[in-house]
Design a protein around this ligand. Structure first.
Ligand code: NAI
Length: 267
């Protein structure tokens, strides 16, 4: 297979970083994006250690909420590598706060980063893929994109929205040679809860038990890597009881609502 150009957002840590390193072992051309250039450089170094040549990794800092800057970023990738085979919209931020304690500015930020940012970058890349008649668009959604849980009203809303967007987009573009994959991780051990927004918009700053007991991030990256290679439409990944919630929600939504209520009382 010819070397693929793969663009990963949220590549400065966690799932995005692990995925970048996994793809590096396979000889890709990689574009690494997030806001912090120094962290992206650190990840780029790991990618080179994993087997990429220096000219196979492009560090491209960006903020997914800066919609106007995104078309310039797309052009930079095209000028550097000539094409984009796979875009993994992985940048994201979570939430840890009850609805009653959450500022509207927090809801706005969750929507801006987790929904509008993914849509904006996807729309900036889509014309290129349509013109070539080939390409692959992916998004790291979440189990929270299918199931509502406490302390994450805004995050669940955002992840449900992004699932809807990419499912609908698939229905529009699949016949034009473009694959769309939605990734639904359960609890994965990353800094997601430390970086999550508290009700006042500050970082939550703590690791919660669910994340601490979650799947190892490299194991998660392996599952996502294989799912993307196979061009799966949905890629669930996780190891805990939260993965069962995906099935229970389909079979008996009421049973799931009761389980979540009981768990919330216990915690
Ligand atoms: P993380 O906090 O380590 O990584 C988030 C990444 O997104 C970082 O690189 C961060 O710099 C980047 N980012 C945040 N805001 C950005 C912005 N405005 N512009 C550009 N980049 C931005 O957490 P993790 O776990 O690696 O999260 C990656 C994705 O996986 C997120 O979309 C998250 O919602 C999703 N996810 C994570 C789960 C978990 O248990 N860790 C479970 C389900 C989904």
């Amino acid at each position: 297979m010819p070397t693929q150009t793969i663009w990963i957002t949220g590549a400065s840590s966690g799932i995005g970083e692990a995925l970048a390193v996994r793809f590096s072992r396979d000889g890709a051309r990689l574009v690494l994006s997030a806001r912090r250039e120094s962290e992206l450089e650190r990840v780029a170094e790991r990618c080179r250690e994993a087997g990429l040549e220096a000219d196979q990794v492009l560090v491209l800092p960006l903020d997914v909420t800066d919609w106007e800057g995104l078309s310039g970023s797309v052009q930079r990738v095209l000028d550097t590598f000539g094409g984009i085979d796979l875009l993994v919209n992985n940048a994201g931020v979570s939430q840890r706060s009850l609805c009653k304690d959450t500022d509207m500015s927090v809801y706005q930020k969750l929507m801006d980063v987790d929904v509008m940012g993914q849509i904006a970058l996807t729309k900036a890349v889509l014309p290129h893929m349509l013109e070539r008649g080939t390409g692959h668009l992916a998004v790291t959604a979440s189990v929270a994109g299918k199931v509502g849980v406490p302390h994450r009203t805004g995050y669940c809303a955002a992840k449900h929205a992004v699932m809807g967007f990419f499912d609908a987009l698939r229905a529009e573009v699949e016949d034009q040679g473009i694959h769309v994959s939605t990734i639904t991780p359960g609890f994965i051990r990353t800094d997601i809860s430390r970086n999550a927004l508290a009700g006042d918009g500050k970082a939550f700053g703590q690791e919660d038990d669910d994340i601490a007991g979650g799947m190892d991030v490299n194991e998660c990256a392996e599952v996502i890597f294989k799912g993307l290679q196979a061009k799966k439409r949905e890629i669930p990944v996780g190891k805990g009881k939260e993965m069962a919630a995906l099935w229970i929600k389909r079979i008996s939504p009421n049973a799931l609502f009761r389980i979540i209520r009981m768990q919330n009382r216990k915690s």
